[in-house]
Design a protein around this ligand. Sequence first.
Ligand code: SF4
Ligand code: SF4
Length: 377
Amino acid sequence: MIDRLEKYEDWARACMHVRCGFCRENCPAYSQMQLDSYAAKGKMTILYHLLRGRLQLDETIAERVFACTSCGLCDVACGYNQSEAIHEMKAVLCKQGVAPPEGYRKISTSTRESGNPYSANSAEGDTVLQSLSESKLSSADYTLFLGCTQIYRESEEIDSLLKILRAAGVSFRIPNEQICCGSPAYRVGDEFQAFEQAKRITTLFESMQSDKILVSCAGCYRMFSNDFKLLMNDESRFKTTHTIELLQELIKQKRLKISPLNATITYHDPCHLGRHSGLYDAPRQVLSSIPGVRLVEMEWNRKFAKCCGAGGGFRAGKVEDSIAIAANRVQEAKATEASILATACPFCLRNLRDGAASIDSKIKIESVESILAKLVL
Ligand code: SF4
Ligand code: SF4
């Protein structure tokens, strides 16, 4: 099983020779724990010694490897895709039956037992979806997939999104069954459960004869547009659009009438949407198109944007550290003197809000959709 990691040997060897440490800069795990073994540098050192048989996969190694938000900042700093190697290490640990720390493990067991990473009653999720009139439609241009965080934790985000889509006259329908996209399980290395979710989702979309999928969670977006192909060893059978791309298009086509907002806004790039998917311009163009809005950038933005600290199971595994990382990002937003910190992922939204609360910050933290929904005429 460890053979699977051999393809990263050259990267690990290069790291062992260079040990430059560039990957430590802004690595959320390192910035919080302040030990090299939490940065990509340390994880690649572990990988190198695993491949040489000098280390064994055990729970101490697992604690270090799983402490990674999958943000990809180390890839930008390093030049090698170290976050991919770290992801593979998590998968190998899982397959070898080495238990990840409790919080990360719970993501897998909850997805397997409850159908979502929050251990919520999935029948309640189905009820939420079935209460929306678009779930009764038999055909539409888009299928709007609502993710677990929107349904079980940030349901007001659904209202905002639907208000905009309805105002613009977008033809969309909604599945009447709630299924997790599998991203949380995948990010904690549980490829088996992620594959199960991918099969269920693919069957759902095929049964709805849907090939144009709309999502507004960065994790669901990366999963559908990239990871399903890897998991299922197959070309994707549907095209995925993030709602921020659709909003950009709707504004370009002048299908939304937007009232002015006198505000300074800064935008946080979700890692799965920005660094991992290259979607940087659309959210900025949407925000800039609001009359009266002044868009300002944080010091670290676009491909260098700092992580909110929530991803890769890190929020479940190390909640206090995760919220401290979010607080750090909020401080950066405050330094711009913006009154609103906007983002385009419900999971980032949630962690940034918790980070702001932990430092008693008054900056408003909102999704681009919720800002726009209040302004759509
Ligand atoms: S930047 Fe890359 S080569 Fe340098 S220490 Fe980090 S992982 Fe190793
Ligand atoms: S992916 Fe992010 S959290 Fe993980 S090692 Fe790289 S920079 Fe650190």
